[in-house]
Design a protein around this ligand. Structure first.
Ligand code: SF4
Length: 92
């Protein structure tokens, strides 16, 4: 159902005919770490994340996994070794 409170028009699973059923009855504004994220949008009531009702929760244990402005560090991948072939190579 579309939000009828602070993020009017945004589809939300917490919005019901009885109103917003998210903890506290409303979304929370973004936090400084969210600045630059494409999911942060300005509404009449402030700047909110269109995906997450409480951005602070998403950042509690590190970087928000939905953030569009932060690139994950890509570890250099080692080529996969087939253990059977590797053991045969060792036997030669
Ligand atoms: S997706 Fe994550 S980083 Fe982006 S605005 Fe929402 S909570 Fe903030």
């Amino acid at each position: 159902m579309n939000c009828q409170t602070v993020k009017k028009g945004v589809e939300c699973v917490f919005m019901t005919k009885k109103g917003c059923e998210f903890n506290g009855g409303t979304c929370h504004t973004i936090i400084p770490q969210c600045e630059g994220c494409e999911r942060a949008r300005e509404f009449e009531a402030g700047v909110f994340c269109i995906t997450v009702p409480d951005p602070q929760i998403k950042w509690r244990r590190g970087t928000c996994n939905l953030a569009t402005h932060i690139k994950e560090k890509t570890e250099s991948k080692k080529p996969m070794l087939n253990p059977i072939k590797a053991s045969k190579r060792g036997a030669r």
